[in-house]
Design a protein around this ligand. Structure first.
Ligand code: ATP
Ligand code: ZN
Length: 285
């Protein structure tokens, strides 16, 4: 029986969330100290712990079958792999930044300037498309200190809140790309491995849907039920149960996180009371 080899980051910003996803999919792995490979005990999958930069290559050449990494690293490495699904975590952006005191108009600012980055491939394509020739210096870490020590006049680096840039006297002037964690796969997987991947994907999708949804229970007078149901999308139609108090019902349904507050307001206007909202662990259609 074949086993699927899943590469995740050994330690870093993606590791905990990658492991959490595996665990939420009901896949148990034996954690060993400093191990490179950890087999699952209840699913045909082995975890490979690697540096995120190495994951595209390993998946391309089939050393690993699938992997979890940021879209930023995936694009930088230009490997021939399939992107299977966006995972919604480790969201960040790759941005250009310059010293706070400088005046910025547009990307022509970078013409002939020294820019430090760990993403030379993405950055040179971005600037080339804008007709700008910059002097790109590849450095592997602590990019944000480069202008302060006179190594560069600007940087292109990962940003989430912008506080690291700010504390290094820089300001973000242009977003080069948005990124989040994705699941990638080898292009020539055996049918047997593909079947394991499909099973894994089914679970990942159930976990992702649940994360984006909330279970809602509310009370309402019977004569308001139609208005309330109109405001509720849900999986099918909502459950309506009679309450002990005559003329009142309890309505149960599912709400999408992004529409949450808007829907709550609509439901209250429509006459809903005693609204309870609870997290959903898994959601299977
Ligand atoms: P490795 O040692 O494995 O090479 P690394 O130092 O290159 O790790 P990390 O800093 O752990 O990488 O970041 C891994 C990925 O997490 C990045 O490529 C990016 O996709 C994402 N990421 C980085 N910084 C943030 C952030 N501040 N917020 C959210 N996601 C981030
Ligand atoms: Zn890395």
């Amino acid at each position: 029986m074949d086993r699927l080899k899943l590469a995740i980051q050994k330690s870093g910003r993606l590791s905990d969330k990658s492991k959490k996803l595996v665990s939420e999919c009901g896949i148990k792995v034996k954690e060993g100290k400093n191990k490179l490979i950890a087999p699952s005990t209840n699913f045909p999958l082995d975890l490979f712990y690697l540096r995120d930069d190495d994951i595209p290559k390993y998946v391309e050449d089939g050393t690993a079958d699938i992997g979890i990494l940021g879209e930023n690293v995936l694009l930088e490495k230009q490997s021939e792999v399939n992107t299977v699904i966006q995972l919604g975590f480790s969201k960040c952006r790759l941005s250009l930044a310059i010293p706070k005191a400088e005046t910025y108009t547009d990307s022509s600012y970078f013409q002939g300037k020294k820019v430090a980055t760990s993403y030379p491939v993405i950055l040179s394509k971005y600037l080339n498309d804008k007709g700008v020739q910059a002097d790109i210096h590849e450095i592997s870490g602590s990019v944000e200190i480069a202008p302060g020590i006179g190594l560069a006049e600007g940087v292109c680096d990962i940003v989430s809140s912008g506080s690291t840039l700010f504390s290094n006297g820089l300001k973000e002037v242009e977003i080069v790309m948005q990124s989040q964690a994705v699941l990638i796969a080898n292009k020539k997987m055996s049918a047997e491995k593909q079947a394991i991947l499909d099973k894994l994907l089914f679970r990942i999708e159930a976990v992702r849907r649940a994360e984006n949804s909330k279970y809602i229970l509310l009370n309402a007078p019977e004569n308001k039920v139609d208005d309330i149901i109109k405001a509720l999308p849900g999986m099918r139609s909502p459950t309506v149960l009679p309450l002990a108090q005559k003329g009142w019902v309890s309505i149960h349904s599912v709400l999408i996180e992004s529409e949450f507050w808007e829907k709550i307001d609509q439901l209250r206007t429509a006459g809903a009371e005693g609204i309870l909202v609870v997290p959903i662990e898994k959601m299977i259609y």
